[in-house]
Ligand binder design. Structure first.
Ligand SMILES: Cc1cc2nc3c(=O)[nH]c(=O)nc-3n(C[C@H](O)[C@H](O)[C@H](O)COP(=O)(O)O)c2cc1C
Length: 574
């Protein structure tokens, strides 16, 4: 409105629409209420038309049903109290919920580039699908990476490549006290429980492991009948809930453990200390998901929350952890026993090494899980900002074992976004003896990264307990894909090793990989990720994080002795 003397006055909203009841009476005329108004008016008009029998009864009745349903939905939207957007935009705001629902699919199908997509970019997923289906896994034209960008990495090849290895690579896992060492593939299925994955997904993975001669980790939810159906090698994981080997009160039950561990299908036993995606955090399977079957498999009560505490009750100090390892080895008649963890405080791992030296007991293997690893469900803060990323954690564990003179007794497994042969080769160069993949094998079974694992509405039936959804997985076909993905990936690894002029995966070292730290500076992994000399930690004190951690670590506690340097506290806490 132009006020007298040419002054422009802006109306306040209350003035524009009227105040009090008037404001509400005018609402139906506002555009955001248009759909509701039209539906209501149409319902009235069409009802009158139907009652007065004006003809075209079928068409009118059909339209009346549609308008009446929309009117009811609209009125419900205005009155409900949960969603503000529906109260303000009745009917039309449902479109927003629909688009939100299909946003991941829209992004994936229409807008995602080959190097986009998280956590796994499109081309990483594609290579798994292609290798699983034995489709052509080659690319045309040249790399899409900007090779001069920081963080670009490459394998240094040889001018005299070796011939391709004929035999699939395997390693023997089992230290001096193990009487049933396991000859493991270099690439295995990482821990995922029945419960987080469907029965058909577990069946496909295990049958694939059987076909390809590699190992399948049960996850902490115990050994289910679906793990046993096809007889693929199993690594039995024991978490803090001791599922499958627990007393009624939730403590570790040695007799129940011995019974399960005697199964020849179980090749190794892995104590889960922590998981990269949520280290230091326990887990809960909600009571609604604890069916009679799952309760029976885990040894808990059906319908009640199934809790994995954040810490173990079977041991509280490094010395007790090693006594527990020795006990599991005795109870399993000498099978390899190890633990899986995501490194946190460096002195805690050093404390375990000091306990190893003090007692002479060593785990047969350690699996290092990076913070970039996957999970069925975890709090965002934990997923994004707790735990050490794989490369740093792996280098630390490898270096500490070398420095403590224990490396030759303990094998190291690595997991955390390892999908391609390059990922495996890089982990081997940083100190791993073998690698595990969880989500990579989920892709091989058909996972499309819809990220619905926690909702029980997995679109491909991989991570759900809904029987109608998991019927989508045809086990024999998917098992073939799991085996093919494994085989083709190891074939690609053999090609990389030959190209580097090597004959064995164990020959890969930090000297074979180059990292671009900035556009004009590169360094080999050997310069970037420093490793101690054999036995160096035992030879007296030197400056550096590992030496300081070693200094404060004590075998009888995970707590450090009094910290000496404030700088160390800062570095360790970072
Ligand atoms: C659906 C799902 C379930 C998992 N369940 C377990 C589990 O029971 N125990 C465990 O130690 N790790 C579990 N993990 C973590 C994986 O074993 C692995 O450590 C991590 O995902 C890193 O591998 P990735 O990056 O190849 O997925 C799970 C991961 C996923 C995706």
């Amino acid at each position: 409105m132009i006020a007298p003397r040419g002054r422009i006055v802006f109306y306040a909203p209350a003035q524009r629409c009227g105040t009090g009841p008037m404001q509400y009476l005018l609402l139906p005329l506002q555009p955001r209420f248009a759909l509701l108004t039209i539906s209501a008016v149409a319902t009235v008009v069409l009802s009158i038309a139907l009652l007065t029998n004006v003809g075209a009864t079928g068409l009118i009745a059909g339209s009346l049903v549609v308008s009446a349903v929309l009117a009811v939905v609209g009125v419900h939207d205005i009155l409900q109290t949960k969603h503000a957007i529906l109260r303000n935009y009745p009917i039309s705001a449902h479109l927003r919920f629909l688009l939100e629902d299909i946003r991941p699919e829209l992004r994936q199908y229409f807008f995602e580039g080959d190097k986009d997509g998280a956590p796994f970019p499109r081309d990483k997923r594609a290579i798994v699908y292609q290798r699983a289906k034995r489709a052509l896994d080659k690319r045309p034209f040249g790399t899409q990476y900007n090779v001069y960008e920081s963080r670009y990495e490459w394998l240094a090849h040889s001018m005299a490549p070796e011939a391709l290895a004929k035999e699939p690579f395997r390693i023997s896992i089992g230290g001096p006290h193990c009487t049933q060492p396991y000859s493991a593939s270099l690439f295995n299925i990482s821990a995922m429980s029945y419960g987080s994955l469907s029965a058909n997904a577990i069946r496909s993975l295990n049958k694939g492991a059987k076909l390809g001669g590699f190992a399948h980790d049960t996850g902490e939810g115990s050994v289910s009948p679906y793990h046993r159906e096809f007889g693929g090698d199993l690594i039995w994981e024991i978490g803090s809930g001791y599922f499958g080997c627990r007393t009624r009160g939730g403590a570790f039950d040695p007799a129940a453990f011995a019974k399960v561990a005697a199964d020849p299908q179980i090749k190794m036993i892995e104590i889960k200390l922590s998981q990269g995606a949520k280290p230091g955090h326990g887990g809960v399977l909600p009571g609604s998901k604890v069916t009679e079957e799952i309760a029976g498999i885990r040894g808990v009560e059906a319908g009640l929350d199934c809790i994995s505490p954040a810490r173990h009750s079977a041991f509280t100090t490094p010395l007790e952890l090693l006594a527990f390892i020795a006990e599991l080895r005795r109870l399993s008649n000498g099978k390899p026993i190890g633990f899986k963890f995501c490194p946190g405080h460096p002195w805690e791992f050093m404390a375990i090494l000091k306990a190893c030296l003090e007692t002479g007991i060593t785990p047969d293997f350690i699996v290092v899980d990076g913070s970039e690893g996957g999970t069925g469900a975890a709090p965002l803060e934990f997923m994004d900002h707790v735990g050490t990323p794989l490369r740093d954690g792996l280098t630390f564990v490898h270096s500490a074992l070398v420095g403590a003179g224990l490396r030759d007794r303990i094998k190291i497994g690595a997991s955390g976004k390892i999908v391609s042969a390059f990922d495996i080769a890089r982990a081997l160069a940083l100190g791993a003896d073998w690698c595990n993949a969880a989500r990579g094998f989920m892709f091989a079974v058909g996972c499309i990264q819809a990220q619905q694992c926690q909702t029980d509405r997995c679109p491909t039936g991989v991570a759900t307990q809904d029987l109608t959804r998991q019927r989508a997985i045809v086990v024999p076909a998917k098992a073939e894909r799991v085996a093919s993905f494994h085989k083709e990936t190891l074939k690609a690894l053999a090609e990389l090793i030959a190209a580097a002029g090597l004959t064995q995966p164990s020959d890969l070292s930090g000297h074979h990989f180059v990292h671009r730290a900035s556009p004009d500076r590169t360094s080999t992994f050997a310069e970037f990720y420093k490793v101690l000399e054999p036995g160096e930690l035992l030879m007296g004190k030197r400056a550096g994080l590992l030496f300081e951690a070693w200094d404060v670590a004590r075998a009888d506690s995970f707590l450090p002795q009094e910290m000496k340097s404030p700088q160390f506290v800062t570095v360790a806490a970072e």
